[in-house]
Design a protein around this ligand. Structure first.
Ligand code: MRU
Length: 365
């Protein structure tokens, strides 16, 4: 296949979007074509695409496809609201999904020109895509300062990350990985501890794939080894991504992030959360109100990998043992050293976040 630096792109005819089928990585790099609303819903639900910013972008394109399917229909607006509702229901935790859909719905509601509605939604999806690239790029510049500072007095910088908050979770660069890529390009000697991130193993499969591709030294560790490497002085900095930041600075991210923050605090290791402003939920005050996705227990009772080029799953638990599969957890603001955004680094509290984004504390998004 044609190798693409971006995780989502238009086909040549501009009739649909290609994404990398992330279910098959790292064994196979294959594309998946989306040219209908149902296709976008399926891709998000089945985790062909995943990662907060990328599902937001995919959903925005999904609205373009819905407009194309329903253009000229009498009940067009109703159909569009229905499409947005279906897309929103695919994954409940990452706020970027709702954010991308809201942008498209707002555009529909506020449109005054008589041009094609399909084209208007397409242009907005393109704009959302390019904005994500720019925000992630800037997060890299902002986070670089933290890595540089450690490098000046220490030499090799050891960074720990959880799940995949890399380019595969966004359009390009990633959030947590963006400062890592920039620091590597600047010649800073660094090494990344990659948490494997059970049950779906986004760290072991996706982050490691990305870092290997970029030639960045890294080591995959089982999730439960993170406390040990921190306690032995082998970690200088933790940077993770985020699926929803509430206005008080609580950060919801892939399950297991909270325990990394606890271990980091106990070992005096700075713990940073990197995110674009599309991940901030100004309407939600506290992390405990965030809906936590519960996924199929099958992801816990089985392991999926590849054997001789074929994707296969094996069962690892007793047949009748129950499982629980919470997709995300909340790291309270008090455990977060700082929030790395495209606008700068903020403390994890409402005042600082509002100041950074010139957001009125009482108003909505
Ligand atoms: O369930 P996933 O794979 O969509 O979860 C992804 C994460 O939790 C990422 O850390 C998150 O989306 C960060 S966004 C760059």
């Amino acid at each position: 296949m044609e190798y693409h630096r971006r995780s989502i792109w238009l086909n040549e005819e501009r009739t649909g979007i290609f994404v990398i089928d992330q279910r098959l990585l790292p064994g196979k790099v294959e594309t998946f074509f989306i040219d209908s609303t149902e296709g976008a819903i399926h891709a998000i639900q089945e985790m062909v695409v995943r990662g907060a910013p990328l599902i937001g972008v995919t959903a925005a394109y999904g609205m373009w496809l819905a407009a194309r399917e329903n253009d000229g229909e009498e009940n067009f607006t109703e159909k569009m609201v229905e499409a947005a509702t279906k897309l929103r229901a695919t994954r409940p935790t990452a706020v970027n999904l709702a954010w991308g859909l809201e942008r498209q719905l707002r555009l529909l509601a506020e449109r005054k020109d008589s041009g094609s509605v399909v084209e208007a939604l397409f242009n907005e999806a393109e704009k959302i895509t390019e904005e994500d690239v720019e925000m992630c790029k800037e997060i890299g510049q902002q986070g670089l300062k933290l890595i540089e500072e450690i490098a000046t007095h220490k030499g090799r910088v050891n960074i720990l990350t959880h799940c995949n908050a890399g380019r595969l979770a966004c359009v390009e660069y990633g959030t947590a990985t963006s400062p890592i890529y920039v620091a590597h390009e600047r010649g800073i000697d660094l090494h990344v501890w990659v948490d494997e991130t059970r049950p779906r193993l986004q760290g072991a499969k996706l982050t490691a794939f990305e870092l290997a591709e970029a030639g960045i030294p890294h080591t995959i560790i089982p999730d439960n080894a993170a406390g040990h490497v921190m306690a032995r002085g082998m970690v200088d900095l933790v940077i993770v991504g985020c699926d929803r930041l509430t206005s008080n600075g609580d950060a919801c991210n892939k399950i297991g992030t909270y325990t990394k923050a606890l271990a980091a605090r106990d070992n005096n290791i700075p713990f940073y959360v990197a995110l674009p402003s599309s991940t901030i939920d100004w309407n939600m005050e506290r992390g405990e109100d965030i809906p936590i996705e519960e996924r199929s227990g099958g992801e816990v009772s089985t392991i999926t990998g590849s054997s001789k080029g074929k994707t296969c799953s094996v069962t690892i638990t007793p047949e009748n043992s129950p499982t629980a599969n919470y997709g995300f957890d909340v790291t309270p603001a008090r455990l977060i050293t700082g929030i790395i955004t495209e606008k700068g680094i903020s403390h994890a509290n409402k005042d600082d976040l509002c100041k950074l984004f010139s957001h009125e504390p009482s108003t909505n998004h």
